[in-house]
Design a protein around this ligand. Structure first.
Ligand SMILES: Nc1nc2c(c(=O)[nH]1)N[C@H]1C(S)=C(S)[C@@H](COP(=O)(O)O)O[C@H]1N2
Ligand SMILES: [Mo]
Length: 359
C-alpha cells in the first residue's frame, strides 16, 4: 500500500473525484472535460507525489517572486529572478496535459497495481503561457556534453525531479506562469512550472526551482523508479511522449438513451509529432468502423474534438472509439493491450456501454 498523506481540501473542488494515493489526487469528471475548449484551473485534475509546498495548496495566483537557478553543463550558470521572466518574449501554446497513469483502471491487472485508479479524467487541455526554455538556456550557453534537462521542483517534503532530452526541451519546452490567460495557481505549480507539449505530465515539474543540464538522466526516484515502462530490450524507459489516444465523453458509461439519433463525441490527441488522421467508432466490437467528424485545432499538441451521429434501435451497445495519426500509429484493441507493472501509458481503444430504450 502507498504511504498515505492527508488530503488538503482547498477551495471549492467538490466537482472533482478524489482518488486514493500518497499525495493529493483529484480526477476531472467527463462532464467538465467536455464543457470547455480550455479546461479551467478550477476543475483541472491534480496529482501530487508529496504534500504541497507551504501556501501552494490553493488556486490563488502566486506572484512571480523567488529565483530559478540555471546550472550544470553550461558555460554561464546564473540565477534568474522570476519577475525577470516578464522581460522575455511571452508565448502561449495550447496542449494536452495527461498523467502517465491516466486510464490505469482499465488495465486487466489494475487490481494488482499500487497506484491510483484513474479512469479517463487525469487529462486536461490548456492554454499555457510563459517563456520558452530555450530563451533562458541560451543565456547560460549549454556545453556540448549536455544531453538532458533535469528540472527540479521543491514540494512540501521533498524535491521532485525529472529529466527530459535536451533537444525536445529546446524545441518546445515552456516556463509557464499563466494558464488559460490567467496567472498560474499554486495548486498547478505556480509561480512557474515546466510544460513539455506532447510529453506526459510527469515531466511538467511544478514549483520549479532549478534547471540543470546533465549528461545523464537524474538518479531521482521519480525518474529511475517511477514513471517507467518496459522497453524493447528487456529494460525500462521513461514515460515521455504520449501515444495516440481517444476518449468518449458522451454518452457517459452506463447511460440510458432513447432510440433514434445519438451523438457520440469525445476528444483525441497524441504527442504532436504527426497529425491526427481520423477517429473511428464501432458498435460491433470492431468488425466495422464509421469515421467521426474531427475538429481542426490550433496546435498539434492540443486535443481535437470529434463527433458522429449514430442511429440506434432498442438494445445494449458497446461503443468503441479509436484514433489514428498520419504516422500510422493507432490504439490497440482492448484484448491486445499489453499490461505493465505500474499501469502507465494506457491507450486501449475506449469503450462505453449504453442502453437504448424506446421513448
Ligand atoms: N513538483 C512536482 N511536480 C509535479 C508532480 C509532483 O508531485 N511535484 N507530479 C507530476 C505528475 S505525475 C503529474 S500527472 C502532474 C500533475 O499536474 P497537475 O496537478 O497540475 O494536474 O504534475 C507533475 N509535476
Ligand atoms: Mo502523473
Amino acid at each position: 500500500m502507498s504511504h498515505q498523506i492527508p488530503v488538503t481540501h482547498h477551495d471549492d473542488r467538490d466537482d472533482l473525484i478524489a482518488r486514493l494515493d500518497r499525495g493529493e489526487v483529484l480526477e476531472t469528471p467527463l462532464t467538465q472535460l467536455r464543457a470547455a475548449r480550455f479546461t479551467p484551473q478550477t476543475v483541472m485534475f491534480v496529482r501530487n507525489s508529496n504534500p504541497y509546498p507551504p501556501g501552494k495548496d490553493t488556486l490563488a495566483p502566486v506572484p512571480l517572486t523567488g529565483t530559478l537557478e540555471v546550472t550544470g553543463l553550461v558555460r554561464d550558470a546564473f540565477e534568474l529572478p522570476l519577475e525577470d521572466l516578464q522581460h522575455y518574449p511571452y508565448q502561449q501554446i495550447e496542449c494536452v496535459i495527461q498523467c502517465a497513469g491516466n486510464g490505469r483502471a482499465y488495465y486487466t491487472n489494475a487490481g494488482d497495481i499500487d497506484g491510483c485508479q484513474w479512469e479517463k479524467g487525469a487529462v486536461a487541455n490548456g492554454l499555457w503561457g510563459g517563456v520558452r526554455v530555450q530563451e533562458v538556456l541560451e543565456r547560460a550557453t549549454p556545453m556540448p556534453g549536455a544531453h538532458y534537462l533535469t528540472a527540479t521542483g521543491i514540494d512540501g517534503r521533498a524535491p521532485y525531479e525529472k529529466s527530459i532530452p535536451l533537444s525536445d526541451v529546446l524545441e518546445h519546452g515552456l516556463l509557464a506562469y499563466t494558464l488559460n490567460g490567467e496567472p498560474l495557481g499554486g495548486v498547478h505549480g505556480g509561480p512557474v512550472r515546466l510544460v513539455m507539449p506532447g510529453f506526459f505530465a510527469t515531466v511538467n515539474v511544478k514549483w520549479l526551482q532549478r534547471l540543470t543540464l546533465t549528461a545523464h538522466e537524474t538518479t531521482h526516484e521519480a525518474q529511475q523508479k517511477r514513471y517507467r515502462v518496459p522497453d524493447s530490450h528487456g529494460g525500462t524507459r521513461p514515460c515521455w511522449k504520449q501515444p495516440v489516444k481517444s476518449i468518449i465523453w458522451s454518452p457517459l458509461a452506463g447511460q440510458s438513451v432513447h432510440s433514434g439519433p445519438l451523438e457520440v463525441a469525445g476528444c483525441a490527441w497524441n504527442d504532436g509529432a504527426a497529425l491526427l488522421e481520423r477517429v473511428d467508432v464501432s458498435i460491433d466490437g470492431g468488425l466495422t468502423w464509421l469515421e467521426a467528424d474531427l475538429d481542426q485545432s490550433a496546435s498539434p499538441f492540443a486535443w481535437r474534438r470529434w463527433r458522429i451521429e449514430l442511429q440506434l434501435s432498442q438494445g445494449e451497445y458497446t461503443i468503441l472509439a479509436r484514433a489514428t495519426d498520419t504516422a500510422g500509429r493507432t490504439q490497440p484493441m482492448i484484448a491486445d493491450v499489453k499490461c505493465n507493472l505500474d499501469g502507465y501509458e494506457y491507450n486501449g481503444v475506449d469503450q462505453v456501454r449504453v442502453t437504448v430504450i424506446d421513448p
